[in-house]
Ligand binder design. Sequence first.
Ligand SMILES: Cc1cc2nc3c(=O)[nH]c(=O)nc-3n(C[C@H](O)[C@H](O)[C@H](O)COP(=O)(O)OP(=O)(O)OC[C@H]3O[C@@H](n4cnc5c(N)ncnc54)[C@H](O)[C@@H]3O)c2cc1C
Ligand SMILES: NC(=O)c1ccc[n+]([C@@H]2O[C@H](COP(=O)([O-])OP(=O)(O)OC[C@H]3O[C@@H](n4cnc5c(N)ncnc54)[C@H](O)[C@@H]3O)[C@@H](O)[C@H]2O)c1
Length: 445
Amino acid sequence: MKKYDAIMIGFGKGSKTLAAEMAKRGKHVAMIEKSNQMYGGTCINEGCIPSKSLIIQADKNGYTKAVENKEILVTKLRKKNFDKLDQLENVDVYTATAQFVSDHEVHIKNEELDEVLYGDMLFINTGSEPNIPNIKGIHDTKHVYTSAELMKLTELPKRLAIIGGGYIGLEFSSMYARYGSKVTVFEHGERLVKREDKDIADEIQKVLESQGVAFEFLSSVEAFENDGEQVVVSYKDASGNNHRLTVDGVLLAAGRHANTKALALDQAGVKVDARGNVIVNEHLQTNVPHIYAMGDVKGGLQFTYISLDDYRIVKDHLFGEGKRTTENRGNIAYSVFISPTFSRVGLSEQEALKAAHNIKIAKMPAAAIPRANVISQPNGLLKAVIDADTEQVLGCVLFCAESEEMINFVALAMDQKLPYQAIRDHIFTHPTMSEALNDLFSNVQ
Ligand SMILES: Cc1cc2nc3c(=O)[nH]c(=O)nc-3n(C[C@H](O)[C@H](O)[C@H](O)COP(=O)(O)OP(=O)(O)OC[C@H]3O[C@@H](n4cnc5c(N)ncnc54)[C@H](O)[C@@H]3O)c2cc1C
Ligand SMILES: NC(=O)c1ccc[n+]([C@@H]2O[C@H](COP(=O)([O-])OP(=O)(O)OC[C@H]3O[C@@H](n4cnc5c(N)ncnc54)[C@H](O)[C@@H]3O)[C@@H](O)[C@H]2O)c1
């Protein structure tokens, strides 16, 4: 039996970074990835990179050309990810499905390979997979896609139904509408992005509707069936009335759950919670201390940069002082890449009030930003929540072009506990979107 210091299960962001780090420290590492189309994990192959490539091209290229360019990019990055680990003397990359045999042994299997590896330490980084809602006909209707499948289509679906108005639902509705699809989003909830304040959600809805996206809130999709190559979506609207909508494709965007199915975690004694997420402590150890879990598989926020930060936590636990934990990693910002981008960090107004903070609010329309007009992207709204007692920023929402860059500056200011005046008076370059933060934080009331 081959013995390793560390076995990584799943080629995700956390494990690939940790594998390189451990190899550098002289450890022998096995990286096990089940698919030769997934080196680098979901982000590179099916998530962030392909979706953002298509989103960025939506205002430049036709759909078929954009898909072609996206495939070229993804193929290049996949190979780069593979080579980066494969070339390391101390790392063996296995393309095989991994399954625990015991808390130190992993069975790896593919068409040619069938063996058991031993690891002193093991790291679960198998990511998440899409939820498949319980809708009649969902398994045997053609042209019903996950996000990964939809992005592989070379022809634009002229009419697209999207099930779920979360991250993927929003990004794909904005993107496909801009390529020319007629998009209808079906959402269980009563409005978009229920974690956000209503003024922000309304503004997002208004902008997406202006791009041609239609929404069915409080709707219930009941069945899919084919009519030739078309899909007929049967649903109840908010008032309980029955409707049928004919489309060319359906995107399932109803959330994602931990991918543990093939792992046989029970053979290693690793515990999962009621939702199937691997249970970890603040250092990312499972209940079996030499088995760790990183990224989506442990539940919580599903972002590539969380998986990367999980690597930092594990590295610090193994080789540092163990001070960095899931409890102290600071304010975590996020961006939803609709057009313009929606970005947020910290508390919303509603959350701050609920937590009994004494608050002040600052708001401004994106149209007031010189650069937003220069780049012809005047849509959107900016909002900040300030603690009236400490003058620190409690939260900030930037729904404007380039907010995916700006939000990181605000997150850093929050982590550093700067008073809002530090942002108000900071000298920004001109003409940039960031300089709008001077104006936003001058509007504190
Ligand atoms: C459409 C879409 C867009 C997204 N956009 C963004 C974005 O813009 N920004 C952002 O931060 N996040 C985004 N995300 C989320 C992000 O992709 C994930 O949070 C991130 O990739 C999770 O990484 P991970 O390290 O947990 O594992 P993953 O990258 O998911 O890697 C897990 C790997 O494990 C392999 N595997 C699974 N089971 C086994 C097994 N038994 N044996 C061997 N291998 C196995 C899988 O094949 C996979 O390659 C997006 C997700 C999607 C779907
Ligand atoms: N920009 C980014 O960082 C980015 C982009 C895309 C995806 N992601 C990650 O991928 C994950 C998955 O995204 P997602 O959009 O699938 O999940 P999500 O959890 O963000 O949203 C799912 C939505 O589907 C709705 N829903 C569930 N079942 C439904 C049904 N049967 N009918 C109608 N609506 C239904 C829910 O109410 C919810 O609004 C996210 O948690 C996110 O972390 C991140």
